[in-house]
Design a protein around this ligand. Sequence first.
Ligand SMILES: [Zn+2]
Length: 250
Amino acid sequence: MRAAYGILLLSFGALILRAEHSSPSGSGRVAAGERHTSVSSGTIARALSAITPSRSRDDEDRAARRRRIRSAQAGTYITDILAERDSSLSRWPDRHGVPLTVWIQPTANNIDDFTPNFVARVRQAFLEWSALNLPVQFTFVDDSTDADIPVVWIDRFKEPISGRTRWSRDDDWWITDANITLAVHHSSGEVLDEDSMRAMALHEIGHLLGLDHTRDTMSVMAPKVRVRQLSDADRATARLVYALPAGPLR
Ligand SMILES: [Zn+2]
């Protein structure tokens, strides 16, 4: 039944992309200063140390923030995110005009079916998010050692997914670093077409920004990506998240 369902969808050209993200668990206290992370990476330059999280809004009490969300949640899936995240929001600190640097692995000679067009499509995905004019913008760099956000390719995941984002946050729930891995092939072996690669990147960048999954299947942040561009709800939700401080809401 499951196989027949998949074949039916394929026949309509609506190839579903499965995505997965890894994020720090929301529960459990850790020692002060310890980074909440699901990945260890010492090779990537950290965010500019001169940029400090805008903590002034942390004083806004949680009840007030919850009221603010209630008044602004129409047209967003913020409640889905809060349900996934145990009522906490994580996002990057405001960058004050300093973009995050993105390095997209330019070649992958050891991966069959890889095309540089994939790189161009992932760039398009970053630019589509950048067009929202959030307090976090992106710029591309040629040297991975300069990058805040590396994007790397693998042949395929063992699991039935096509992309993975790992990110870390500090004790105050501000995202500190992140990386994205994209697969050239579905775990079944089929190569992703370029539009699917772009959609997969849109989804993973959504995670990178702090978004989580929505039940809205017409949004790119659905767990199984069916659409090929950001929805109005994707945009509205990201704008709302970036109008709020990071942190728990209860
Ligand atoms: Zn996801």
